[in-house]
Design a protein around this ligand. Structure first.
Ligand SMILES: [Zn+2]
Length: 94
């Protein structure tokens, strides 16, 4: 981490900034990908805002998947979590 923001890069891929804190490619990405697997849903943070949201969740170690920002949730609370993500203003990939 550095406090020097004079050479800011895309917060997702480290590419050249053009859309706020994102590059042209990442600006088009949703914040979250949510997949319904039936009894378990998987959530994956894509954007910086998505990762920030995940960092504030009180996740158990068993919920965390290999990919950073990815985790699994039982289908019952998953629906409410999906709504919480949407009401936080984050875009969920269809
Ligand atoms: Zn990018």
């Amino acid at each position: 981490m550095t406090d020097d923001l004079s050479e800011s890069r895309c917060c997702v891929c480290d590419g050249e900034l053009s859309h706020g804190e994102y590059c042209a490619t990442c600006a088009k990405l949703p914040d979250f990908s949510v997949t319904d697997h039936g009894t378990v849903w998987t959530f994956e943070a894509i954007s910086h805002a998505g990762h920030s949201f995940v960092a504030e969740l009180d996740l158990e170690p068993w919920q965390l998947l290999e990919k950073p920002g990815s985790f699994a949730v039982d289908h019952r609370p998953a629906r409410a979590l999906r709504e919480a993500i949407a009401s936080a203003g984050l875009i969920i990939e269809d």
